[in-house]
Design a protein around this ligand. Structure first.
Ligand SMILES: *Cc1c(COP(=O)(O)O)cnc(C)c1O
Length: 396
């Protein structure tokens, strides 16, 4: 990590764990062959490594058959395959899909594309904590609802959705359930049987694995769940994801999942304690600061804070020593307040001045204390500064 920058953006991505890198190396050098090629031994060895990774991942998710895991380039691709692939395969059942307003763009955008192609999309709202309103979900379900898509945890606020209860409601009406678990794996115990979902997406780089690999888990059942392919070619991954499989990526993702399973419990407690300390320190020291999300149902590593009367881009610029994020599109010329926070009823001004801090495996207590002091210092300084924005003490 760049030496003097404190990295608190683990919901955007995490560094690869050195143990993951170590596990991947042989499949890039010695066992480099194409796993699709079965007519020579190196090819079969690569296939063995790929299938071992697939079996490990399925087992750690609580699945029942390795064939349930389809490797993709990440959660974005898995979400596209789940939504567009299931919609197309299930079109004879109905062309209605339900999701909710605070989903990731990689769910909302495929749904927007499906709408263009004639599907009807219902986006259910959330309450002030960002939790989907289950009674609204229940009311939205229809006989022609083919699919319900609900994220397990939100990337901006860490709010955890009531996926098991939503699955129950959806299944009672015969709809399939897809879950975007990209923010949950590694941060929460994730069990497909307990969640009772049919499709689950995730990305390795969100839990200390490499970038560019993820998977769609597809429940094994009879009759099989039908998913139409969205990428055509050599027919790899049971025809659902053509292209030479990313063997090192799959091996790394399996190792990252093993580490999460072995060490997750202790890590979650340690990270949550640091998150609480960071949050408490800032909220205690900065007047008119508030917390967004659901304190009782949220990821252990995430906090989302709003500061009244602070221009968020000015705050980010004044914190070059911290890698932190905001929900708003802060790189664009006209920053938009976070849609996730707006959907929760957070006023536009507060939603536009929010900071997302996401901790991880390699965060230290010293870093957390330093970050809390720096954020506190800069918020107070910016508020005291006369600005062209008309904020601070020199307002007319
Ligand atoms: C990061 C993320 C994704 C997309 O993952 P990629 O690796 O960028 O494809 C999808 N959903 C959520 C909730 C995420 O946080």
């Amino acid at each position: 990590m760049s030496n003097d920058v404190i990295y608190l953006d683990c919901n955007a991505t995490t560094p690869c764990d050195p143990r993951v890198v170590e596990a991947m190396l042989p499949s890039m050098t010695e066992s480099f062959a194409n796993p699709t090629t079965r007519n020579h031994r190196p090819g079969r060895d690569a296939a063995t490594a790929l299938e071992r990774a697939r079996a490990t991942i399925d087992r750690l998710l609580g699945g029942r058959a390795a064939s349930e895991v389809v490797f993709t380039a990440g959660a974005t691709e898995a979400n596209n395959l789940a939504l567009i692939g299931a919609a197309e395969a299930l079109a004879d059942r109905g062309r209605h899909i339900i999701s909710q307003v605070t989903e990731h763009a990689s769910v909302l955008e495929p749904l927007a594309a499906l709408k263009q192609r004639g599907w009807e999309i219902t986006l259910v709202g959330v309450d002030g904590k960002g939790r989907v309103k289950l009674e609204d979900l229940e009311a939205a379900l229809r006989d022609d609802t083919a699919l319900v898509s609900l994220m397990l945890a939100n990337n901006e606020t860490g709010t955890i959705q009531p996926v098991t209860r939503a699955s129950e409601l959806a299944h009672a009406r015969g709809a399939l359930v897809h879950c975007d678990a990209a923010q949950a794996i590694g941060k929460l115990p994730v069990d497909v049987a307990a969640l009772d979902v049919d499709l689950l997406s995730f990305s390795a780089h969100k839990f200390y694995g490499p970038k560019g690999v993820g998977a769609l888990w597809i429940r094994h059942r009879r009759p099989p769940i039908r998913i139409a392919s969205v990428i055509f070619g050599g027919g790899q991954e049971s025809g659902l994801r053509s292209g030479t499989p990313n063997v090192p990526g799959a091996v790394g993702m399996a190792r990252a999942m093993e580490l999460a399973a072995d060490e997750g419990e202790g890590e979650r407690a340690r990270v949550a304690a640091m998150r609480d300390r960071l949050e408490g320190s800032i909220l205690g020291a900065v007047e008119e600061s508030s917390r967004n999300g659901d304190v009782d149902n949220r990821l252990p590593n995430t906090t989302n804070l709003s500061f009244t009367e602070v221009e968020i881009n000015a705050l980010l610029v004044s914190l070059p020593d911290l890698a932190v994020n905001t929900g708003s599109a802060c790189t664009s010329a006209h920053p938009e307040p976070s849609q996730v926070l707006r959907a929760m009823g957070v006023p536009a001004e507060l939603a536009g001045s929010s900071l997302r801090l996401s901790l991880g495996r390699f965060t230290t207590e010293a870093e957390v204390d330093r970050a809390a002091a720096r954020i506190t210092e800069e918020v107070i300084r910016l508020r005291d500064m006369p600005t062209r924005m008309g904020r601070g003490s020199h307002r007319y």
